[in-house]
Design a protein around this ligand. Structure first.
Ligand code: ZN
Length: 368
């Protein structure tokens, strides 16, 4: 995740802090300063740090449970609205997803119970008054953990409670459809949160926006992986295309841009091997700079990942995600370019696939 700094590594998982988290600390300090001066500001910041330590432990609850199923978590990022653990993958079995989802809130429950037990002990030993106890730091941390526990169990996918709901739905109607239904429920609840947020709690609006976007993002991802599962790269690749030779110039590329519908051209050497890709933006930039004579070799994107013809679409998506590349060259056994893949034609395949899937699953079942 961009805009974040690494705090420490624990058991193979890097704990990162998003820079906006510093804004939250500054904001808490400023608000508390107005109420209680320096002392109030320090207490406020200390409280938020302890609270986020509980959030980190919550995330490690998920991480340790996932590790039991062989799933690694490279990093967890602290955002002002909570923690986000980026697991390698989600558990495939619904029963495992339930265990992983509940392990986080379980940590908050344990923290709250331990604190309540400690406070109860103090109450009996020191004869403290109930009011003094209620305003104590530990009591506030205990209450905050109970709020975290309850809040995370709200069945708004992709929050923990929503993941449990998705897993339960997946048991009945399969993973893709279960995810779609859970995501819709999550988005409906997000709209409800936003509405409550506008009545006075701006933090809730942020949480609502996060849930809404995360729900659609994750549902889209699940559908996409479902559509491309087991399919070959040859099912989606562009096979009819114009290319440019290594001796071509920006002007040559501009001519091709006009006379074809392509927005990008592979640059090939005499043997048909891929040297790079030149897209419309690079061509236009060169023309604008008055460099129409410039060789395409100098303005193309050179480090384009390639995959062999027998690769799967899953591998293509992984390659695009890990390299951030906009093109994937597809080569035959002699390393000659035979096709290529762009995010656009991948999207087209996914749209075709999900439309077919929807037509199939949304059709009412015939009467027996
Ligand atoms: Zn959680």
């Amino acid at each position: 995740m961009g805009w974040s700094i690494k705090l420490f590594t624990w058991g193979g998982t890097a704990v990162r802090m998003h820079l906006t988290f510093l804004l939250l600390i500054a904001w808490i300090a400023a608000v508390q300063w107005q109420h209680g001066g320096a002392h109030g500001a320090i207490a406020g910041v200390l409280f938020i740090l302890v609270l986020f330590a509980c959030v980190v432990l919550h995330e490690f609850g998920h991480i340790w449970a996932a590790a039991r199923y062989g799933i690694r978590t490279p990093d967890v990022t602290l955002l002002p609205i909570g923690g986000v653990a980026s697991m390698e993958r989600m558990p495939e079995k619904p029963s495992q997803e339930i265990v992983v989802a509940l392990a986080g809130p379980a940590v908050n429950l344990v923290i709250a119970l331990v604190l309540i037990a400690a406070l109860g002990l103090r109450l009996t030993i020191n004869q403290m008054s109930l009011e003094a106890l209620q305003s104590s730091f530990l009591a506030q941390v205990a209450i905050a953990n109970i709020i975290l526990l309850v809040f995370n169990l709200i069945p708004a996918f992709p929050m923990d409670g929503g993941r449990v709901l998705r897993a339960l739905l997946a048991m009945k109607m399969g993973f893709p459809r279960g995810t779609r239904v859970a995501a819709r429920i999550g988005q409906a609840m997000a709209i409800g949160f936003a509405f409550l947020g506008f009545m006075g709690n701006p933090m809730l609006i942020l949480v609502a926006a996060f849930i809404f976007l995360a729900a659609s993002g994750e549902a889209g991802d699940v559908e996409m992986r479902e559509v491309i599962r087991g399919r070959r790269i040859t099912d989606a690749m562009i096979t009819r295309f114009e290319s440019i030779g290594v001796g071509g110039t920006a002007d040559d590329a501009a001519a091709k841009l006009l006379h074809t519908t392509q927005h990008e051209f592979p640059v090939l050497d005499g043997g048909g091997h891929l040297r790079g890709f030149i897209d419309s933006r690079a061509i236009i930039e060169a023309l604008r700079a008055g460099e129409g004579e410039r060789p395409v070799l100098e303005i193309m994107a050179a480090d384009v990942p390639t995959l062999h013809l027998d690769a799967t679409l899953d591998q293509a998506v992984d390659a695009m995600r890990s390299t951030g590349a906009r093109f994937i060259g597809i080569i035959d056994a002699d390393d000659r370019l035979v096709g290529y893949l762009t995010p656009e034609n991948l999207n087209e395949l996914i749209m075709i696939g999900t439309s077919r899937e929807r037509a199939r699953t949304d059709r009412p079942l015939p009467d027996p």
